[in-house]
Design a protein around this ligand. Sequence first.
Ligand code: NCD
Ligand code: ZN
Length: 347
Amino acid sequence: MTEIDTLTIHRPDDWHVHLRDGQMMEAVLPYTAQQFGRAIVMPNLVPPVMTAKAGAEYRDRINKALPSGSTFEPLMTAYLTDNTDPADLEAGFKDGIFTAAKLYPAGATTNSDSGVTNFANIHAVLDKMEELTMPLLVHGEVTDPSIDIFDREHVFIKRVMEPTLDRYQGLKVVFEHITTSAAVDFVRSQGPRVGATITVHHLMINRTDIFKGGIHPHLYCLPIAKREQHRLALREAATSGEAQFFLGTDTAPHAVNAKESACGCAGIFSALSAVELYAQVFDEEQALDQFEAFASLNGPAFYGLDPNADKVTLKREAWQVPDAIEVADGSTVQPFLAGETLNWKLV
Ligand code: NCD
Ligand code: ZN
């Protein structure tokens, strides 16, 4: 088989991004905007983006911070709480402010303390979303402290996903950043109204990597990476080209001193080289022919959008991921695989 050295595809989108705000946003946004046409922007700011008004204001701040000439389009999400007003959510969706709403079980991850404590509290919201066909994006981990951290996604499927999908037969759901073979099987079993994002770090690392030769805080994220068998199941799903699986980096920047700490926070900053990293995975799996479906076609189709009109080209070329990027407040952020050599480059 002849080796492919260049690949031209419709411009990808990132269906799960943390852009943060202020100086951190200014530092990380150019990387996402350079590679992707659009991105689903997560609402877990402090305080979270809970109303259509807050969503519109956050979108304005992102657009102002974009490099000049950028055509990147942020797609905003509402952060669901026990008190979300269905009427405000509906107005935000109909006005084109919100593309989707994000469900964080309270306490599941970074900045999720005001998330939903009990599904009984959001029945009216989910009824409304089902009626509007507004996608529900789910951080799929139980927060029960008695459940082992490596089992929290698997347990969430039985305890929450199944009953929710049963009750809301028309609700569109994205199972965000899936990390287990159980989630892959579950998504497949549900048919086209359920999609899943897959991060590049979950395609590249397993849980042993987090502890290889010592603890690696920059490989700590939630959901935490699982066993090798799960990484392989995710690679199989992503490279299958199947419509339910699409690109979502979950790039989640934190300052180095917040990661390298006695209680380091969860999140991997992969935006710097996201498209290249995914291309490398597809190349390793000899599945570059499926890359465009995963990166550029399946996501828009799920969200009812057209693919981006413009194209990007990747070429086989070795380059080194920088050790750090600078934030104007003096902090730095360490990119995923800092210092390592990648073998695909966006032209
Ligand atoms: C995310 C963050 O830092 O905002 N962290 C992470 O580990 N993925 C939150 C999230 O998506 O869980
Ligand atoms: Zn996330």
